[in-house]
Design a protein around this ligand. Structure first.
Ligand code: SAH
Ligand code: SF4
Ligand code: F3S
Length: 465
């Protein structure tokens, strides 16, 4: 439903301004895009300065204690701005909003709006109600089908890469994880809608699509008549204009033979997979409720490598899960030596209210967790570095994303999503013009840095523009 233009908020003689800050995972990044889109329709401009805003939106994450604390300090910074501008509306959304609901407003009485993960579409109406009544608003109940899933944010002009949300929620209830409580039950969007959205993005000039969900490889499994994830990938792979296709996050327990085979057969599916392991000890995996063993995981890795020998792996890992012994922890170190991930996002275990593990015996003391995490990260840094070193001298196909202001250095991603910075200092004569965002150009790698590669562009006659 279109908003009534006469009811729109218009501060004296100018368009209203939105300031938005985002914490947490790609879901939240995508949700913030939806919020931007909704308020662009309401006539808002975006501002990078919260002091000039008419509406401040804080999109929050509660997956561990640390990201959760960020919302409290953000509120401490933003709410005092209301003193200077009494018309300012402050809203907190996302996973902390979902979990805390109106309790946030009990603690911060000047907080105008709390909107949960299923209430994004209601935000413009809630802002209007605050302006009309001056009363705080809160919406954090779960819906069966989330209305904002169908709101498709338009890609920014010139965007090369775009997220497409294919499902919402999670039904896995891993013992440590708050996500199922703050994102609700798993729901797969109809494939016809997803494919239509992908088509639209490609027509708008996007080259890379990243399919998003907490557990993408269980896509469609609970919806009768729906295609499964490998078939969805195959349908998207065929769309005109697509150059690269990726997805996050997949769960090892739902890795089907068809999905593994897709890495060998689909033209645009990138040789890269984020496959969270969480722990290397079977005893810990069992207590986490992950549904696989270390050997089962290694078998998936091997089969993926057989389907696509150049595939690169990344993962999430938790150190210091309740009951984790030194021996369990060593099993985790052993796994990263075997898999040789490009990147691992590693976290100290953080007890989350309401989750099973928060009540488990054997919580590992803080200093022990810290020490294990430091050992873990030192080893993984070595592996990351060695993997990158191996690429020196090779030529990578780089999707160009941008360049520095002087136009001498360019940045992009290779097919395994590694950051590649390269030089293209001298303008090349026809037929090799400067690369543009969205081009895929061959780059010879000359140097490995800690988390990225450096190189220079080569001309092979196979460039794709
Ligand atoms: N759906 C994804 C992960 C979502 S949360 C999956 O199934 O893997 C992102 C990551 O945060 C998790 O993979 C996990 O490594 C980490 N995480 C989640 N809860 C945590 C907790 N209580 N303490 C520490 N890390 C946690
Ligand atoms: Fe959390 Fe597990 Fe669901 Fe991932 S699969 S979101 S870790 S409950
Ligand atoms: Fe955080 Fe919510 Fe994502 S808890 S990790 S923002 S789903």
């Amino acid at each position: 439903m279109m908003a009534d233009t006469t009811a729109r908020y218009a501060p004296a003689g100018r368009r209203p301004r939105l300031y938005i800050e985002t914490y947490g995972c790609q879901m939240n990044v995508h949700d913030s895009e939806t919020v931007r889109h909704l308020f662009a329709l309401e006539g808002y401009d975006e501002t990078a300065d919260p002091r000039t805003a008419d509406l401040i939106v804080i999109n929050t994450c509660s997956v561990r204690a640390k990201p959760e604390e960020k919302v409290f300090s953000a509120l401490g910074r933003r709410l005092p701005l209301k003193r200077r501008n009494p018309a300012l509306v402050v809203a907190v959304g996302g996973c902390v909003a979902q979990q805390w609901g109106a309790r946030l407003q009990e603690r911060w009485p000047r907080l105008d709006i709390v909107f949960g993960t299923h209430a994004i579409a209601e935000l413009p109406e809630m802002v209007r109600r605050v302006r009309e009544t001056g009363r705080p608003q809160c919406a954090n109940s779960f819906r069966e089908r989330i209305p904002s899933l169908d709101i498709v944010p338009r890609p920014a002009a010139g965007a090369v890469s775009a997220f497409v949300s294919i499902m919402q929620g999670c039904d896995n209830f891993c013992a440590y994880c708050i996500v199922p409580y703050v994102r609700g039950r798993e729901y797969s969007r109809p494939s016809t809608e997803i494919i239509a959205e992908c088509r639209e993005l490609l027509v708008a000039g996007v080259r890379e699509l990243v399919l998003l969900g907490q557990n993408v490889n269980s896509y469609g499994m609970k919806t009768s008549g729906e295609i499964d994830f490998p078939r969805l990938l195959a349908a998207i792979d065929r769309l005109p204009g697509l150059r690269r296709l990726r997805f996050v996050t997949s769960h090892p327990q739902d890795m089907s033979p068809d999905l593994i085979a897709a890495f060998g057969t689909l033209e645009h599916l990138c040789p890269q997979i984020h496959l969270p392991l969480q722990a290397g000890s079977d005893r810990v995996l069992e207590r986490m409720g992950r549904g696989y063993t270390a050997a089962g995981y290694l078998d998936i890795v091997e089969r993926l490598r057989r389907a696509r020998p150049d595939i690169a792996f990344s993962a999430d890992m938790i150190v210091g899960f309740p009951g984790e012994t030194e021996e369990d922890f060593r099993a985790t170190l052993d796994m990263i030596r075997r898999v040789r991930y490009d990147t691992v996002y590693s976290f100290r275990y953080s007890p989350r209210p309401g989750t099973r593990a928060a009540a488990f015996a054997g919580q590992v003391p803080d200093d022990e967790c810290r020490e294990r995490l430091a050992r873990f990260q030192a080893l993984q840094d070595e592996i990351t570095r060695a993997n990158l070193e191996q690429l020196v001298g090779t030529t990578r196909q780089v999707l160009v994303l941008g360049r520095d202001r002087r136009g001498e250095h360019w940045s992009g991603r290779d097919d395994a999503n590694r950051i590649v910075n390269f030089s293209a200092a001298k303008p090349h004569p026809h037929p090799h013009p400067h690369p543009h965002p969205g081009d895929i150009v061959p780059v010879q790698i000359t140097r490995a840095l800690r988390h990225s590669l450096q190189g220079s562009r080569v001309h092979t006659g196979t460039e794709a523009y």
